[in-house]
Design a protein around this ligand. Structure first.
Ligand code: SAH
Length: 463
């Protein structure tokens, strides 16, 4: 090991910062966040650094660096753009036994600053011994993505309850198991979403402690996560969706969830298809509720994965109600709904100044179609996105024309949005049905009706 990573407690300790530019200001910010008392040495300083020097406990010396500036300091940072000054600080630091970091100059440093992922009190520090800061930054980005934003709050919550747990479970193995179970629990997941109040957190925690104290094997607490898979491209999953897909025991998924998204699910999680397969009956909604409840009661962490967003044309509300009534903890994770995925992929703004002031998501499937306010949908200056509309295309067009929409109103159809094989068809109300028929339009596809759909047309012509 070339370097020993340590975490320094700099609160109330004097730290020397040599340099007056933007790099020094960035370091000053970080050091002040860590509670250090700064001594800034620079003949001149940028306005940002000047502002930071106003903060309590900060000294500013308007001069070139002198070894005497190190007096009383536990650490020195050389952040000038002049190599010889950095070397002076480094030599003086070595002589005075003070750790020195020269920014971007490992040879002149006796300690290195890592790339940091800050979820205080959880902090991840990444170093490459100065060999490749770019790699360190890339690793940081990857770790940022997998660590939940509220991880620090979860850690603090656990910290607050340590003595309570130590008193209740004096034996170390029992305590370790309790904490393992806690971080796996639905309660921990809810704390990470930030939507649990203090009283509910107390009650949940007390229940877990009671369960750990009860004789016999621990009954694991199951939960259901209602997760939006986005429109198809796995990179459009949310960070939370990815985190939970890596933790679930079983995933129940629909037809719209592509293999590339399922590939992001934890390898040893069980996969259960609950969509409609050609030639076979769809799993009924009632049966899906039963499955979800049954699995959660077995103590499993169930990912209910739906295409797009789970609360948009996805019967998420019904599942949420059934689970809540059964007393199963639920977390809902939004997804990029197909309309948004399709609009971005086709380069269509859903609202546009002076062209569309509002946007409406509609399904014109089955009997519900008759109940829609077609006059409002035909009105100008807004965008209508039809889900599940491909098969109904001629009827949709006829109704819009009947209610006064001009034959020249733009329409775009986006098939397999964000997926390999995506197609964008552009036309107007009087041409789109023929265009779709000629192109042998398949599913899934959605219709975007409104003048904004012209963006797809112009794009289409360029290609
Ligand atoms: N909950 C989903 C919608 C489910 S309804 C969401 O929020 O997106 C199913 C309809 O969504 C399909 O008939 C189609 O109109 C639309 N759809 C879903 N994924 C799509 C995709 N990748 N491309 C185009 N349309 C899509």
């Amino acid at each position: 090991m070339d370097y020993l990573p340590v975490f320094l407690d700099l609160r109330g300790r004097r730290v020397l910062l040599v340099g007056g530019g933007a790099v020094a200001a960035r370091k000053a910010e970080l050091l002040q966040e860590a509670g250090a008392l700064l001594r800034v040495v620079a003949p001149e300083r940028c306005p940002e650094l000047a502002r930071m020097c106003q903060r309590p406990g900060t000294e500013y010396i308007a001069a070139a660096f002198q070894p005497t500036h190190l007096q009383g300091c536990v650490l020195a940072i050389a952040a000038t753009d002049r190599g010889e000054v950095n070397l002076q600080v480094s030599a003086a630091g070595r002589a005075a036994n003070v750790w020195v970091n020269a920014v971007d100059d490992p040879a002149a440093s006796t300690c290195l600053m890592p790339a940091i992922v800050d979820r205080s009190p959880v902090i991840v520090a990444i170093g490459t011994g100065g060999a490749t800061p770019t790699l360190a930054r890339r690793l940081r980005a990857q770790i940022e993505a997998i660590l939940p934003a509220r991880l620090g709050e979860l850690a603090r919550e656990a910290g607050r309850r340590r003595s309570q747990v130590r008193a209740a479970l004096p034996a170390l193995p029992a305590r370790q198991r309790f904490w393992e179970d806690f971080f796996d629990s639905a309660l921990a997941q809810q704390l990470l979403t930030g939507r649990l109040d203090a009283a509910a957190a107390d009650a949940g925690f007390a229940a877990q402690l009671d369960a750990a104290l009860a004789p016999g094997p621990l009954a694991p607490a199951g939960a259901v996560w209602l997760i939006g898979a986005g429109p198809g491209d796995p990179d459009l999953l949310t960070l939370r969706a990815q985190q939970l897909l890596q933790q679930c025991d079983v995933v129940l998924y629909d037809r719209l969830v592509p293999a590339a998204v399922l590939a992001r699910v934890r390898r040893d999680a069980e996969r259960v298809f609950v969509g409609k397969e050609p030639g076979r009956h769809r799993t009924t909604q009632q049966r899906i509720h039963e499955l979800l409840i049954e699995r959660a009661r077995r103590g499993q962490r169930v990912a209910r994965l739906k295409g797009g967003d789970p609360m948009v044309f996805a019967r998420g509300g019904e599942e949420l109600t059934a689970l809540t009534q059964a007393g199963i903890p639920v977390v809902v994770v939004p997804g990029v709904t197909a309309a948004l995925g399709a609009a971005s992929a086709a380069g269509i703004p859903l609202t546009h100044r002076g062209v569309a002031q509002s946007v409406c998501f509609v399904t014109a499937m089955g009997e519900a179609a008759a109940a829609l306010d077609w006059r409002a949908l035909a009105a100008p200056l807004h965008t209508v996105v039809f889900y599940m509309g491909a098969a109904q295309l001629p009827q949709i067009v006829a109704r819009l024309l009947e209610q006064g929409a001009p034959a020249g109103r733009s329409v775009a159809i986006v098939e397999h949005a964000t997926l390999p094989g995506q197609r964008v068809l552009a036309g107007t109300l009087d041409t789109i049905a023929a265009t779709a028929a000629a192109a042998a339009l398949g599913a899934p596809a959605l219709l975007i009706v409104g003048e904004v759909a012209e963006f797809a047309g112009s794009r289409h012509k360029q290609e």
